[in-house]
Design a protein around this ligand. Sequence first.
Ligand SMILES: *[C@@H]1O[C@H](CO)[C@@H](O)[C@H](O)[C@H]1NC(C)=O
Ligand SMILES: *[C@@H]1O[C@H](CO)[C@@H](O)[C@H](O)[C@H]1NC(C)=O
Ligand SMILES: *[C@@H]1O[C@H](CO)[C@@H](O)[C@H](O)[C@H]1NC(C)=O
Length: 505
Amino acid sequence: MSPRLFSWLLLPCCLDMFRHELPGAQAGLVLSAAKTLVWGPGLEANIVLPARFFYIQAVDSSGKNLTKSPGENTFEVKIVSPVEQFTRIWIQVLDRKDGSFLVRYRMYATYTDLHIHILLKNKHIAKSPFILKGPVYHEGCDCPQPSGSVWEAHMHCPESFPQIDRDLSLFTSVNPDRNAQEIPQRFGQRQSLCHYTIKDDKVYVKTFGEHVGFRIFMDAILLSLIRKVRLPDMEFFVNLGDWPLEKRKPTDKIHPIFSWCGSNNTRDIVMPTYDLTESVLETMGRVSLDMMSVQANSGPPWSEKNATAFWRGRDSRQERLELVKLSRAHPDMIDAAFTNFFFFKHDEGLYGPLVKHVSFFDFFKYKYQINIDGTVAAYRLPYLLAGDSVVLKQDSGYYEHFYNELQPWEHYIPIRADLGDLLEKIQWARDHDEEAKKIALMGQQFARNHLMGDSIFCYYYKLFKEYAKLQVTEPMVRKGMELVEQPTDDLFPCSCQRKRAKDEL
Ligand SMILES: *[C@@H]1O[C@H](CO)[C@@H](O)[C@H](O)[C@H]1NC(C)=O
Ligand SMILES: *[C@@H]1O[C@H](CO)[C@@H](O)[C@H](O)[C@H]1NC(C)=O
Ligand SMILES: *[C@@H]1O[C@H](CO)[C@@H](O)[C@H](O)[C@H]1NC(C)=O
């Protein structure tokens, strides 16, 4: 497995994410229990997610939204199932410090009904208790909704994703028989690939190449998805490497390859990165950096953030070396340093000594975050956007599934691929503080609206559904494929009340 995985997912063992701070109560402010706003997918029984979540917006007695934290323990959340003695549910109330809270909970069993109590000084707020009519399935429960369209409606999935339309528009049809022959021939020797078949709610796989450890991410999302919704039968190839593979021109015969990163010069079909996918699946589990935890750990308010541009990472690309050199020449503008040397010769004279790892959450002590390609796109961008700093994003030929929906100057400040205008752009941001702050908030809004777990599940589902429609031969379990088994959950079995309808899609 590449070191990248460990630096981004597993490393921050020591992140201090439940730091207790003094309540930043606004003087003389009276909160209104009745006017408090509550909304989000975690209030709906049918939205099954690894970690369910909803939001609370604090409102004062005159009906105005608070814009600062009323104190992190302002609201108390309890979740009970009236027919059970114990509910095995882990709840966290995350203070976003802007007057709103993100409440997330992970269920370890399926319940008949759930009552969500949200209290402000022992008083129910808004329409609390919220009653979720069960069965309320937990993540581990293998209980797919037989109808894809019903599931999409429950999830409030968007009608379409422009990137999926763009990617699939290059294929008028997909021929599973031919791909099963041709793709391993073209790529199977030198690349690490997985050939997947989904058939009758089961996942089968055959791997090609030596480095197939990253398969676990793809297995995990497929298993998670088919526990939730019936997928069409289909066959597809996933590229486990960093670089996208299909370099042929669209006018030549191109093959459909699913990749975690796309590029201007390739025709791969992009999926959410393994990093983002894993963080969705393992929220409140194995990972500590996820799209929710980051929202509660985005550092001091804007006015108290340091106006030096910040970057940490490893030496996976020439421009990163340039960035660190630039930082050494202009320490008043940029604080950029390596935490790891892996690819280039370690020249302390040029690039300085390695510095200690900084918790990702501490990045947000700084107003300006530099996002610069590594091997491919830097998979930290979703987390950077979700904080409340402004992102300076290098122009790049590499992209993730959502980059094409981001607008320069709206969601981020663009910088040239060669970083030639980086100093100038930092100066611009310093001179236009209000505008920079607005871009920071628009970027954050984008992340909150498009990069949370529900959106990621919708994206995968939609992608598979649209792709499956293009198939012109019957998807098959091929020779050499093995069944990818659902993890066994003996402790908390679920009794699935849904019918397994085979013909409805
Ligand atoms: C208060 O916050 C909610 C939730 O973010 C938002 O929908 C609403 O428009 C806000 N109300 C005002 C008056 O700004
Ligand atoms: C801002 O950050 C820079 C670089 O990390 C540091 O040298 C400087 O002292 C900080 N400024 C303040 C006011 O803390
Ligand atoms: C890649 O394509 C995008 C969209 O067409 C463009 O804005 C960007 O400049 C290109 N970047 C590079 C480095 O080729």
